[in-house]
Design a protein around this ligand. Structure first.
Ligand SMILES: O=P(O)(O)OC[C@H]1O[C@H](O)[C@H](O)[C@@H](O)[C@@H]1O
Length: 551
């Protein structure tokens, strides 16, 4: 791939290992100093080089269409480092991402605080007055990670970039970074020739969500009138949902919380999988006697809900709810999920809803790509969803959009209220009736010590695979345990009325173990079976599992 045109404004003598910044199909790093043992590696010059490399990658793709000058949108979540990485510095209109792009001769549309899915949408919106659509979009976010981290996500109108694209971009960024260390400052300043414009894109994006809900209620202006809905944005970027979506639709939103962006996340981690976060929104629903609660992660690509009785609608339950809605619209369709979904969910989707459950791998991009793949080989799928709250629909360009998921729930509510104006979240709760749920659900993460002698100099991945192979063999000898007939990652086993899955983490030197069982005793039996099989692997830290089986 060609390096960015026109040089870059990058200047740094510090060494950066760019490939270490790859996290699957995202870029993640430490952007703020202050946490011991976590030196900053996503510096401003490194970010600038990555942005320039994205522009070069995109130009390479678009050159066939004769395009020489690109339009790229940039947005960010509420992280404190967003300002270093994206916002204007003083009056010189330069900053890491913007400078990286404009120095390469391309134009920037700055959206400011934005959600990840909105950034993707800006590659599709037809609105020339606002310089839309853009050729590519960059979101500055590290999702729910601690305040010192940050990262980048890239989009074209085809969706999010994949792992191989990110690797190419990082390799190119490394070259740009090296080259720029040798270029003169004046040369770099002269190279700045792209134009920077600011657009209030979140208003444009939100008005599309509003229209969708109105449409499902027969074009009623305020279809949520009389409903009380509280939102918890966890001080991330999701606060817009209150003023720009719920209020125009007529909902009462008092009691909504943590709507103000605050990159130190002082209230709770913005993550719908997090117990404290779910407790916070549940409490807000109960305290305000609200009809519904909605919670987003930092950059709004994930979400969850709470019904008026305080029942959490997240993880398997949210997938079941979305599956019920999607299967009404597309009978018999396949629902693709991640690997840690419950057996109860399969029974629900297949027996109650008449759909097909395709349990695939962990990782939202894996799940989405698998659904796209199934469609391409003739198996119809309209929903791809992870227990983490990432969910994508075919009708929405296979984009994982937490706000769009909630809009699907609002559509259901709005449509039901055209028939019965007193009906609330019961409409939703009724849809998941019959979903069997295990009394005990745990995830225990077993760490692999990468420096341990037992690795014999090999990689943690090889070591983890060896653990999994050994476990698989051991299971074969236990008549109470049965390997899942179809499984795409790790070792998934049924027994003692429940199941477990041991697999390699997508990113970390960790083997996450998920167990679901009807009683603690049964869960312990499953845990003991794993423990017995892995105990000879001395580089594996089984302390947490030991604790679990002894409790
Ligand atoms: O494999 P793990 O360490 O459990 O991480 C798995 C998770 O990683 C990231 O957070 C991805 O965004 C998720 O889609 C994925 O589920």
């Amino acid at each position: 791939m060609a390096a960015a045109q026109g040089g870059s404004a990058v200047s740094s003598s510090e060494k950066v290992d760019f490939l270490k910044l790859q996290n699957g199909s995202d870029i993640r790093g430490v952007a703020v100093a202050g946490v011991e043992g976590e030196p900053v590696n996503l510096t401003e010059p490194a970010t600038e080089a990555i942005a320039a490399a994205f522009a070069a990658w995109l130009l390479n793709k678009k050159e066939a269409d004769g395009l020489r000058r690109l339009r790229i949108s940039v947005g960010h979540d509420s992280r404190i480092s967003a300002h270093k990485l994206q916002l204007l510095k003083g009056d010189c209109c330069q900053n890491a991402v913007t400078h990286g792009i404009t120095a390469a001769g391309h134009d920037i549309l700055q959206f400011g605080l934005a959600s990840t899915p909105a950034m993707f949408n800006s590659t599709l919106t037809e609105d020339e007055r606002n310089h839309l659509p853009v050729d590519g979009a960059i979101m500055i976010t590290a999702s729910h990670l601690p305040y010192n981290r940050n990262g980048l996500k890239f989009f074209t109108s085809d969706g999010g970039l994949n792992k191989a694209d990110i690797k190419d971009i990082l390799e190119c960024a490394s070259k740009i970074y090296e080259e720029s260390a040798h270029s003169k400052r004046q040369e770099r300043e002269d190279a700045s020739r792209g134009v920077v414009n600011s657009v209030d894109y979140m208003s444009i994006y939100a008005s599309d969500l509003v229209q969708a809900v109105r449409k499902s209620a027969g074009d009623k202006e305020k279809p949520l009138e009389g409903l009380h809905i509280v939102v918890d944005a966890g001080n991330g970027a999701g606060g817009f949902f209150v003023d720009k979506v719920l209020k125009p639709l007529g909902a009462v939103t008092t009691g909504s919380q943590f709507l103000e962006p605050d990159g130190l996340f002082p209230n709770h981690i913005p993550n719908p999988e997090d117990k404290t976060a779910m407790k916070a929104i549940t409490q807000a629903v109960l305290d305000n006697k609200a009809d519904l609660g909605i919670i987003f992660d930092t950059d709004v690509d994930r979400s969850a809900a709470v019904d008026s009785s305080g029942r959490e609608l997240n993880r398997n339950r949210l997938i079941a709810l979305m599956a019920a809605i999607v299967l009404e619209e597309h009978p018999g369709t396949t629902v693709v999920t991640d690997s840690v979904t419950s057996d109860g969910l399969t029974v629900f989707i297949e027996n109650k809803l008449g759909g097909k459950h395709h349990r695939f791998k962990r990782g939202y991009k894996n799940v989405i790509d698998e659904a796209i793949h199934l469609n391409s080989i003739g198996e119809e799928s309209h929903l791809a969803m992870e227990t983490s709250g990432h969910g994508a629909l075919k009708e929405n360009h296979w984009l994982d959009d937490g706000a769009y998921l909630m809009v699907k729930l609002l559509n259901k509510l709005a449509a039901a209220r055209t028939l019965d104006s007193s009906i609330g979240s019961k409409v939703l709760t009724n849809l998941v009736e019959g979903l069997e749920e295990a009394a005990v659900t745990v995830e225990i993460r077993l760490k692999i010590d990468q420096n341990h002698a037992d690795l014999k100099g090999g990689s943690f991945r090889d070591y983890g695979e060896a653990v999994l192979r050994h476990l698989e063999n051991a299971i074969g000898k236990d008549p109470n345990l049965h390997k899942a007939p179809k499984n795409y990652e790790g070792v998934r086993v049924s027994g003692h009325g429940g199941w477990f899955l041991l697999r390699l983490s997508l990113h970390d030197p960790v083997l996450p173990l998920n167990i679901e069982a009807p009683t603690k005793d049964d869960a312990v039996k499953l845990g003991l079976a794993v423990l017995a099989a892995v105990s000879e692997f001395t580089a594996l830290d089984v302390m947490a599992l030991n604790k679990f089986v002894q409790q």
